[in-house]
Design a protein around this ligand. Structure first.
Ligand code: COA
Length: 162
């Protein structure tokens, strides 16, 4: 990744490198998610992360400062589903609160979008809660727009897992 000055005082994006996530990063990545959500992640969450790394390692990225992850993004290439030929999906993105607002998320997002382009996807999709202004603004800055799809939900199925 090229050097670019970050927006936080004393923060240099040249200190940050983007690389593929390994299973050895999962503790650190879980720690980032816990810092964002202010609650522990489950063993299932860790297992799901492991499976993503096994299934599509190039779509699992971390932004690291001195090898230590400060942010992560996980994507997925679907070769079927939703009536699409091949599509890219951004499943989860998280930047440690201490490192938010410094361009780390955008650098990760751009790198994942480059991978999706190499995979010849027809489009890239994600789902964001309507009131998550930071994520909406983040995805808009990466070029996302409101899609033609609508999300349906059955509140009776598994609603207690939120
Ligand atoms: C949203 C998030 C991914 C953005 O990453 P980041 O590194 O902080 O953002 P960047 O500095 O790369 O900014 C990229 C763009 O997003 C916008 N953005 C980032 N955070 C924002 C915020 N809090 N409010 C409004 N816009 C924001 C920036 O304005 C910027 O746009 P620009 O390039 O046009 O100036 C990150 O802040 C995050 O992980 N937030 C928590 C997400 C969350 O709640 N996850 C829980 C559900 S799984």
């Amino acid at each position: 990744m090229g050097a670019a000055a970050g927006r936080s005082e004393g923060y240099e994006m040249s200190d940050i490198s983007i690389r593929m996530m390994t299973k050895g990063d999962i503790d650190a990545v879980a720690g980032i998610q816990e810092a964002i959500l202010q609650r522990r992640v489950t063993a299932r969450w860790r297992k799901a992360m492991e499976r993503h790394i096994e299934n599509d390692p190039q779509a699992c990225l971390v932004a690291a400062r001195e090898r230590a992850p400060v942010g992560f993004v996980v994507g997925d290439v679907k070769n079927w589903g939703f009536g699409l030929r091949r599509s890219g999906w951004i499943e989860i993105v998280g930047i440690h609160p201490k490192h938010m607002g410094s361009g780390v998320g955008k650098a990760l997002g751009r790198r994942l979008m480059a991978y999706f382009r190499r995979m010849d996807v027809d489009g890239v999709y994600t789902t964001v809660r309507w009131d998550s202004g930071d994520l909406l603004s983040f995805f808009k800055s990466l070029g996302f727009e409101r899609s033609d799809f609508i999300t349906l939900e059955h509140r009776g199925a598994g609603g207690s897992s939120r």
